[in-house]
Design a protein around this ligand. Structure first.
Ligand SMILES: [Zn+2]
Length: 287
């Protein structure tokens, strides 16, 4: 069985992570001294997703970017790098399922690199980036994939697709291209082709859409194996109801802020509703 891990470098951390799908081998593992080169993590408590429990201390041998063996592997072989990970844990890599990494670029590249590295150091090895300018997020994803910077794998959706007027105008001013207008089938096809070409695995729709075009969009995305993530927005009128969207093939609901006007306190409700009108400003967040 093959396992995928970020890199050996990422694994020499306070929290040790390894890819989803670890299955602890029942058979006798080989002894590390007979295996040759690699990185041996010794005395780790490994989380077993099958039982939901941590094991007694085991050893993990990593070769390249794969886990070669897990078990009582004995002392390291000659020339084998090893790390006493006693008191540490090996977990499946964690996911953050909703990020917008493109906003990090507003703080400069140091902000980008330190933040992405921090995700890995805290055990998050994969993220879903559900909205950002395509070139920005595709570039970040590529830098991580190539090992140029340390960070979690980035699965991304690219820009938030909507029809005019763009309701998140202030965000689009701050980060041009985070929202893009698509109002014809040809525009939908063109955008989805661009997403595929840049490595996106999802596409995100937001706020108001023409229902007929939305149906076309869902079919076009499915034909390209793109998942559709959907932020129904606040304006109920002219929007696509969430249950309808799900029934027609939307694969996830993001934000779910449409319920805000119904459940927020009066002041928040007024601010929130105003902020999502065309040309409105984002709500002020209390810390
Ligand atoms: Zn979001």
């Amino acid at each position: 069985m093959r396992f995928s891990v970020p890199t050996p470098r990422q694994l020499g951390l306070a929290v040790l992570t390894c890819c989803i799908g670890i299955r602890l081998a029942a058979q006798q593992p080989p002894q590390a001294s007979h295996i040759g080169r690699g990185l041996l993590l010794q005395h780790v408590q490994v989380f077993d997703p099958t039982s939901g429990r941590f094991t007694d201390t085991l050893d993990i041998l990593i070769r390249g970017e794969r886990i070669a063996a897990v078990g009582k592997l004995g002392p390291p072989g000659r020339g084998m790098a090893h790390l006493d990970a006693g008191g540490k844990y090996a977990l499946p890599g964690l996911w953050d399922s909703h990020v917008h990494f493109s906003f990090l670029t507003l703080g400069g590249d140091t902000t980008v690199t330190t933040t992405l590295a921090a995700f890995v150091r805290h055990g998050v090895t994969s993220v879903r980036d559900v909205g950002g300018p395509l070139d920005t997020i595709a570039g970040l994803s590529r830098r991580v994939a190539r090992g140029t910077i340390l960070g979690p794998r980035i699965y991304f959706a690219g820009p938030l697709l909507t029809r005019a007027p763009i309701l998140i105008a202030d965000q689009n001013n701050l980060l041009p291209g985070i929202a893009t207008v698509v109002e014809t089938p040809a525009a939908v096809d063109s955008m989805l082709d661009r997403l595929v070409a840049r490595g996106a695995t999802m596409t995100k729709a937001i706020d108001h859409w023409d229902p007929a075009l939305f149906r076309y969009y869902l079919r076009a995305a499915r034909a390209r194996w793109l998942r559709v993530v959907w932020d129904a927005g606040l304006p109920i009128v002219n929007s696509i109801p969430i249950d309808t969207a799900l029934a027609r093939g939307v694969t996830s609901i993001e934000h779910a802020k449409a319920c805000g006007p119904a459940c927020c306190a009066t002041t928040s409700r007024a601010n929130t509703t105003r902020s999502w009108r065309p040309g409105g400003t984002m709500p002020r967040m209390r810390r």
